[in-house]
Design a protein around this ligand. Structure first.
Ligand SMILES: Nc1ncnc2c1ncn2[C@@H]1O[C@H](COP(=O)(O)OP(=O)(O)O)[C@@H](O)[C@H]1O
Ligand SMILES: [Mg+2]
Length: 354
């Protein structure tokens, strides 16, 4: 019963996502900015991080531990690599789900070099014993390795070289406070403005050697859900279309036509998002309707509707989660070109009716 939980993960959307195929992953890696200067947008985070890193460099010290929080695709992994690059340090990459036993973490920590950056993705999904070992490692650069079992078990303290932990999470709220407090610097990544996404798209187009007009980039940016990863994916789909149907040049018309083929509409809604809205409006008069009922109506799992479609629809102001169920906003009716039923009778429109 978490209709008031606005922090649900926006798991990878479909076209726009699904499991990235091999080519997509290779291209994604190639498009990653390599320095803070190349990193588009997130001005405040960039400025703060720049100070943290420059000061550490000037002191000849290892940078403080950094926590990056934000939705998928906003640049957390990219920033972790940039932190290592700016510090001229090697980077080790692992993730919370990969560390199920304290021993897994001890093995990683004990093999770190001095000054190395340890990137732990999805740090909120680490096991509790590993988490507790991490507290001590972050604070004192020391871990207790337990040798043996039962009454004969002994803790052997192990000194670690100073290192910088960079943790990434889509759910900062799920981190236990003792862990959160041990980060010297926390950066919250916001969704990107359309103009920032246009810059991401122009940069990527240049790296991929594509011809794109400013209006073509703007068209793609407007459908990218504030997310650079999606902007880059849509750009590649538009590139395919432009190569096959339009001599390669990406104009506004080409971008719009291409994204139409992939069912990404003018606001970035895809097939599932629209199916959810359509069911809500046409079958349930705009709601309120329960999540399970809505999921059955679109033939999807409850979790898929809740975690994949809804966060974006809520953020776009098209759908609201209320104690009585899901409700469409006036903007939803307008976006699908439908007219809301007259107010009155059931009073269900009362929530937003003005
Ligand atoms: N600020 C940015 N400027 C340019 N490209 C970006 C930026 N942030 C993310 N990207 C691109 O988006 C993609 C996803 O970024 P990533 O760091 O993997 O996101 P996250 O780890 O937050 O899910 C990468 O290919 C990267 O090139
Ligand atoms: Mg990542």
């Amino acid at each position: 019963m978490n209709w008031d939980d606005e922090t649900t993960d926006e798991t990878e959307p479909r076209l726009v996502g699904g499991a990235a195929d091999g080519e997509d992953q290779a291209v994604e890696a190639a498009l990653r900015p390599k320095s803070l200067a190349e990193f588009v947008g997130q001005e405040r985070v960039r400025e703060q991080l720049d100070l943290v890193l420059k000061a550490a460099l000037a002191r000849g010290a290892t940078a403080d531990h950094v926590l990056l929080s934000g939705a998928p695709g906003l640049g957390k992994t990219t920033l972790s690599m940039i932190i290592a690059a700016e510090m001229n340090a090697p980077i080790r990459i692992s993730s919370g789900p990969a560390i199920q036993h304290a021993g897994d973490l001890a093995a990683i920590l004990s093999s770190l070099q001095e000054g190395e950056v340890l990137f732990l993705d999805e740090i909120h999904r680490m096991s509790r014993p590993a988490e507790e070992m991490l507290y001590m490692a972050m604070e004192d650069f020391r871990v207790d390795v337990i040798v043996g079992k039962g009454p004969g078990a002994t803790a052997i303290p192990l000194e670690l070289p100073p290192f910088t932990l960079v943790g990434a999470t889509t759910r900062a709220g799920l981190l236990p406070p003792p862990l959160r407090d041990r980060f010297g610097f926390t950066a919250h990544m916001e969704f990107y403005e359309p103009v920032e996404l246009e810059r991401v798209i122009h940069r990527s187009a240049q790296l991929l050697d594509l011809d794109i007009e400013a209006e073509g980039a703007a068209e793609i940016a407007g459908r990218s859900r504030g997310t650079p990863r999606i902007a880059n994916r849509l750009l590649r789909r538009v590139r395919d279309y432009a190569q096959v149907k339009a001599d390669g040049l990406i104009t506004r018309e080409v971008a719009a036509a291409a994204l139409g083929v992939y069912e990404v509409d003018s606001r970035g809604l895809d097939r599932l998002d629209r199916a959810v809205l359509q069911a809500l409006l046409k079958l349930f008069g705009g709601g309120p309707v329960g999540l399970s009922t809505l999921a059955v109506a679109v033939g999807e799992e409850r979790e898929t509707v809740e975690e994949v479609a809804e966060p974006f629809l809520v953020r776009e102001g098209l759908l609201a989660r209320t104690p009585r169920g899901r409700v469409a906003t006036p903007a939803a009716w307008a976006h699908l070109g439908l007219v809301p039923p007259q107010q009155g009778a059931s009073g269900q429109q009362g929530l937003f009716g003005a």
